[in-house]
Write a protein that binds this ligand. Structure first.
Ligand SMILES: Nc1ncnc2c1ncn2[C@@H]1O[C@H](COP(=O)(O)OP(=O)(O)OP(=O)(O)O)[C@@H](O)[C@H]1O
Ligand SMILES: [Mg+2]
Length: 352
């Protein structure tokens, strides 16, 4: 995909959005602002209210209360077709009886674009999404990845003010998904178009967005840059949903001691309160223990999985199961006793 004419970016603002179905809140008091030119992801498990939130921005859903604005214009009650938003769904939702060009031109025809301008715009979009020469092809003959490029071109053609993407890559296979992820992000940055992306895939959210909104049961759990969410998750839910985390109940012993997984650890930089301690698998180093040797934190290896770039090691520590990610050249065996070496500043304290 290559650059297309950059557009003037506007913000999206949600203020105290609530939407209830059958007495149950699908979206519960959500407020957030996507700044001009920013790409923000709504990330969370199935049913947490991501699509409902996005549909409130698109105008397919009127919230029970709260306000939606686009470019400082209150659009809460403005019909979808007047909001000038571009939308792409998981199901390509292309018109099967139209060619690639026909699909891309659809919104332009509806808006009454004159033929020469329309054709120029379609050519431009074919170039943008890397489908030069595909204009006459039936969309039924395209691969999933190509169909999603057409859907994106169709959404962008009428110069929408903002782009709304609901799981646009979820139906594609892993390799194409990773490719399109990069292309889509590059295009979004080139165009400078304000974008709200819905996904349940944390890697997708992290890799594509300036900021990520983690949602759970209709509410925002945390909003931050991918780095913030990973380094300082605000809750056990975020800690476990964004990346992998060993998350264990920990009892404060006073001074800087904690009892966790049957071990006593000293962590001076953390508040000494009972709660949960979290450790990312990749910060753990494993050192073999000889018979009779002991260590501050020790475990027994249950399973080693070679992943190419590194290895995943599952261990029993006290009665708990821990996961470590270690370099791919270390050789470990099942039942082997190891010391878990964890830098003091790598521990996270989370509420119970
Ligand atoms: N039209 C509707 N009628 C009744 N309930 C609905 C409707 N739309 C959504 N819901 C409910 O609202 C909640 C949130 O749904 P939503 O589609 O926003 O979730 P989501 O986060 O997009 O999930 P998924 O990842 O599965 O797409 C769910 O419990 C869902 O069943
Ligand atoms: Mg959804």
């Amino acid at each position: 995909m290559t650059n297309a004419n950059a557009i003037s970016s506007v913000n999206i603002k949600l203020e105290n959005i609530k939407k209830t179905y059958n007495g149950k809140a699908a979206v519960d008091n959500v407020s957030l602002e996507v700044k001009p030119g920013e790409m923000v992801s709504l990330l969370g498990p199935s049913g947490c209210g991501k699509t409902t939130t996005l549909r409130a921005v698109a105008g397919f859903e009127i919230p029970d209360s709260g306000r939606v604005s686009i470019g400082d214009q209150d659009v809460t009650k403005v019909p979808a077709e007047q909001r000038r938003v571009g939308m792409v769904f998981q199901s390509y939702a292309l018109f099967p009886n139209l060619s690639v060009a026909g699909n891309i031109a659809f919104g332009l025809r509806v808006a009454g674009w004159e033929a020469s301008k329309l054709n120029a715009r379609v050519s431009e979009l074919l170039e943008v999404v890397g489908l030069n020469g595909f204009d006459r092809r039936s969309v039924l003959t395209l691969s999933g990845g190509q169909r999603q490029r057409v859907a994106l071109a169709r959404a962008l053609a009428p110069n929408p003010r903002v782009l709304l993407l609901d799981e646009p890559l979820s139906a594609l296979d892993a390799k194409i998904r990773a490719e399109l992820r990069t292309e889509l992000r590059r295009l979004q940055l080139d165009l400078g178009i304000t974008t709200l992306l819905v996904t349940h895939d944390q890697e997708e959210a992290m890799s594509m967005s300036d900021r990520v909104v983690v949602m759970n049961q209709g509410r925002i759990e945390q909003l931050g840059t991918p780095r913030d969410l990973y380094a300082t998750p605000a809750s056990p839910f975020v800690a476990a949903f964004v990346g992998a985390m060993n998350l264990m109940p920990a009892e404060a012993l006073g001074n800087s001691g904690f009892r966790v997984s049957g071990q006593t650890v000293n962590i001076p930089n953390l508040e000494n309160k009972t709660g949960r301690l979290g450790v990312r698998p990749e910060v753990i180093d494993l050192k073999p223990l000889e018979a009779g040797q002991s260590a501050a934190i020790q475990g027994v290896i249950e399973l080693v999985t070679y992943l190419g770039a590194d290895q995943q090691v599952i261990l029993k520590v006290g009665g708990d199961t821990w996961v470590a990610r270690v370099e791919n050249d270390q050789v470990f065996g099942r039942g082997q006793k190891v010391s878990l070496e964890i830098p003091q500043n790598a521990w996270l304290w989370l509420p119970a």
